[in-house]
Design a protein around this ligand. Structure first.
Ligand SMILES: Nc1ncnc2c1ncn2[C@@H]1O[C@H](COP(=O)(O)OP(=O)(O)OP(=O)(O)O)[C@@H](O)[C@H]1O
Length: 216
């Protein structure tokens, strides 16, 4: 369950987001749509604990994330959230495998055989098995996006947040990735930003933004 109340956030004087109330039930699949620059990434970054609100409450999976310390927030993100960032946020000094395993290594968790099996499965499912030892700077944008998707799914988080996860993919890979996401998020809360209105009927709900904030 995600509950936001009386949220207020701004990037200095540049852009502000105000949101009185938003609730998303556990397991719901929600699409976020609206014109470029209206605040979709900002809102999902606030929900994920990547950004902190200036005012208001954000309650995610029973955690009042606005009250957590930096250390607690980091652990909360690692344990609960899989985030496919628009810019992928891969670490250049790690190869593909190491980037995908980050949710485990950042928590100093032992990499079990089960995790390695899931890694192999995801490498194949997103179609980058042959690039698994490459560093991100040697990958295309679409390949980086697929690494980011595998990293968001590897630890089976309770919330997956995807910011235009197929934005850099050709139609065939886009369909393949959407099928994988749909298969993997069965019991997961799934929040996805998209400009592709043809996928909206797959979601339980659509949250629409305009320049003034959420409108529906
Ligand atoms: N770090 C930042 N500092 C200052 N302004 C920012 C920052 N990040 C985003 N903005 C501004 O905040 C506004 C909302 O940005 P955001 O990325 O949330 O929009 P969006 O709806 O996700 O856009 P898009 O569909 O193009 O990805 C934009 O006007 C953007 O320029």
């Amino acid at each position: 369950m995600i509950v936001i109340r009386d949220l207020s956030f701004s990037y200095g004087n540049d852009f502000a987001i105000e949101l009185t109330h938003l609730e998303i039930a556990s397991g719901q699949k929600v699409a976020f749509v609206g014109e470029s620059g209206c605040g979709k990434t900002t809102l999902l970054s606030l929900i994920a604990g990547v950004l902190r609100p200036h005012k208001g409450e954000i309650n995610v999976c029973e955690h009042k994330t606005h009250l957590l310390s930096e250390k607690e927030l980091r652990l909360f993100r690692l344990q609960n959230i899989g985030f496919v960032f628009q810019n992928f946020a891969l670490l250049d000094y790690l190869n593909v495998r190491e980037n995908i395993l980050l949710p485990f290594t950042l928590q100093s968790k032992k990499i079990t055989q089960q995790t390695l099996d899931r890694l192999e499965y995801l490498l194949s499912a997103v179609g980058i098995r042959d690039k698994n030892k490459q560093k991100p700077q040697h990958l295309s944008q679409g390949e980086k996006q697929r690494v980011a998707i595998a990293r968001a799914l590897i630890h089976k988080p309770s919330i997956v947040i995807a910011d235009e996860p197929t934005g850099n993919l050709d139609p065939k890979n886009s369909q393949k990735i959407m099928n994988l996401l749909w298969q993997e998020i069965d019991n997961t809360t799934f929040l996805m930003i998209t400009h592709d209105h043809s996928v909206l009927d797959k979601f339980d709900r659509t949250v629409r933004f305009d320049a003034k904030g959420i409108v529906a």
